[in-house]
Structure formats: C-alpha cells, structure tokens
Design a protein around this ligand. Sequence first.
Ligand SMILES: Nc1nc2c(ncn2[C@@H]2O[C@H](COP(=O)(O)OP(=O)(O)O)[C@@H](O)[C@H]2O)c(=O)[nH]1
Ligand SMILES: [Mg+2]
Length: 386
Amino acid sequence: MSYQDDEDGIAFDGNPSSFPKDFGYGAFDGEHDVTLSSAGEQKPRILLMGLRRSGKSSIQKVVFYKMSPNETLFLESTNKIVKNDINNSSFVQFQIWDFPGQIDFLDSTFDSDMIFGGTGALIFVIDAQDDYMEALNKLNLTVTKAYKINPNIKFEVFIHKVDGLGDDFKMESQRDIHQRATDDLADAGFDQIHLSFHLTSIYDHSIFEAFSKVVQKLIPQLPALENLLNILNTNSAIEKSFLFDVVSKIYIATDSTPVDMQSYELCCDMIDVVTDVSCIYGAREEQGDTTAFDEQSSSLIKLNNGTVLYLREVNNFLALVCILREDHFERKGVIDYNFLCFRKAIQKVFELRTKTPTNVNHCSSSPVVNGKNIISESHISPNLIE
Ligand SMILES: Nc1nc2c(ncn2[C@@H]2O[C@H](COP(=O)(O)OP(=O)(O)O)[C@@H](O)[C@H]2O)c(=O)[nH]1
Ligand SMILES: [Mg+2]
C-alpha cells in the first residue's frame, strides 16, 4: 500500500517544502495546529536563577534563539525579570523567566507567592569556573523559599561552564556541589527536597541535553510518547529514535534505551543540516507564510559506518529522527508505514490534550492526562506491520 494515501487527506503534490525562514517563536496559526489556545491560559513556567554572570541569559539565548555561543560574550546583564513565551510546539509550551542575579527575596517587591506558585521547574545555574560557595548559599535560600510556597517544583541545578574544566575536575566539582547542596538542605531540615544535577556548557550539546531532561519532566504525556517510540523501534528495526522539537533541538521524548551523547549530537547536527538547507533552498516566498514545517519533509543521511539517519516531520514543530542499520533501511516502506501510524497516534495525544480542560498551573504535579491511559499498545500495534 502506498503510504502517501494515508496522509490525512493531504495529497502529495511533489512540491519541495520548506522550514520556516525565521526560527522565531511567534504564535502559530497553521492548519494543523493542535496547540492549546493560549488565551487566558497559564503556561507551565521554568525559572532560570543563579548568581549574576553565571550564564542564565546565555543559556536561554543559545537554546531558544539560536544565538551562537560566542555571541553571548556581548550580552548585557539582566536588570529585571525577563519573561519569554516558548510556544513553538504543542508539547513544549512554557514560559522561561530569566532573573537578574542580584534579586533579593526579602525585598517586599518580590512577590514570591506569585512567582513560585505557578512554577513547574526551577533551574539554578552555578558557574563551575568560579568559586561556588556563594552560589551554594543562594541555591539553598532559593530552593527552601520556593519549596515552602510550592513543594511541587522540580529543582534542577546546572553546573555550568564546564567546557573549561578537565574531566576529573568536572566530576569532582559535581560530586562536591551535590554533596554540599544536599547537606545544606538537610541541615536546614529539608531532606525531602530532591535536587537534580546536570553538567552543562553552551559550547557543546550538554545544555540541550540538560534542557531536554528538564522539559520532559513537565510533559505529562511523556510515558505515552516513550511507549509509542518503543513500539515504532521494535517494529521497524530502529536502534534509537528521538522526538525533537526542531527549533530548540530539545528532544521531548526518546525510546527507553539509554541515550548516548554521540547519537544525540548526530541527530542535532542532522536537524541543523536540514533546517539550513531548507532555509537556503526552501520555496517560502512563493508559498506565502503558511508552509512552516511540512508534513512531507524528510531527510536521509547515510554514514560510512553502515548507519542511516532518517528524519521525518511529525507536525509543524516536531520531527522524528531515527538511527538504524543500513541493511534494515532496505525495508523503508515498512518504516514509512509504521511512521504514519506513529504520527497518527501522536496526533491523538495532541487532540486529547486539546480537548481536556487543563489546569496547567501546577502541571508538573497534576498531569493533564495520564499518557499511559491514552495510548495503550492496542491502539497502535494492530496497524503496524513487521
Ligand atoms: N565558558 C563559558 N562561558 C559561558 C557559558 N555560558 C555563559 N558564558 C559566559 O558567561 C558570561 C555571563 O553570561 P550571562 O548569560 O550574561 O550571565 P547571567 O548574568 O547569568 O545572565 C558571558 O560572557 C557568557 O559568554 C559556558 O557554558 N561556558
Ligand atoms: Mg542575564
């Protein structure tokens, strides 16, 4: 059977499609938009905090605005809270608040109830190239304060700027910071608070990886997505697959096999290649503003070690990137067919989310929908062919 017949009524017209030229995060009003209407709705919020010059603004610019790491040298320091809406995909809809480092919680103008109350995750950035004792004090103060107001916040510590450190020193800093931070919390009587630690740098993929992990914790549908990816992989002889948010290169889900950094980097690089080529040769002018990511977009890269990278668009913002053996790719028809089943299932997840009345205020703690209940294997596997 021809898989193109299956494309939700979109006839294949042979036109090359293009990615949007400007990779901004404006409102999206495409035909297949299944995002929540943002009118009057509160999005889950991620706070970026830490001492001044720890790298908060740089992180945000590099991950979400495609700024090159070197350009961050010229960033001006942040004097007020900067709020940014990230709503490029249905799954990655949140706000990031970048705080000036010198903020004082005791200040009466700092409305901590309002700020921590609606927060899904708090990222605390520590400059690992600097003396981190002051940062640890501030971390303790911030986390305890936030926890008292909203115990559902996920606390994430980015041990940042590790590009300048040797491997041994990296590990040693992580161990030391982890130890001190948890000891401080225990001393303050807060052993129940859980901190997650990530080694990050804007000069490599670690910052994208870490951000992926943070965002994933805020996606209630994660188990459903993981499950779908597992099924897809098993039925299509795929070794590893990532569901990417194309613009940010955050992966919002992957199958349950462990992620190795190199595979992730390969897939990121592939996305860069595809977006760059689409930007340069994409036929956006003639097609007006409507193209965005086309459902027909795909890309195939064969590496000389017998591995194939295969990218398919899932919707306007999400792409699936798979890694598989070249000999298994001979059955491309099967893979493509299974991909279409996968995409339909994903759309169902989206639809459910659109229909479900949500309270995203504490979204991390009260899942909008429980993914495992939505898509059980029986919904998709009968359609898959092996
Ligand atoms: N070496 C290195 N420098 C970084 C990294 N991230 C940020 N920086 C630098 O740290 C400085 C302060 O960054 P900025 O984002 O303004 O910090 P903020 O005050 O926390 O917002 C800038 O000069 C950045 O170029 C990193 O991962 N590695
Ligand atoms: Mg700043």
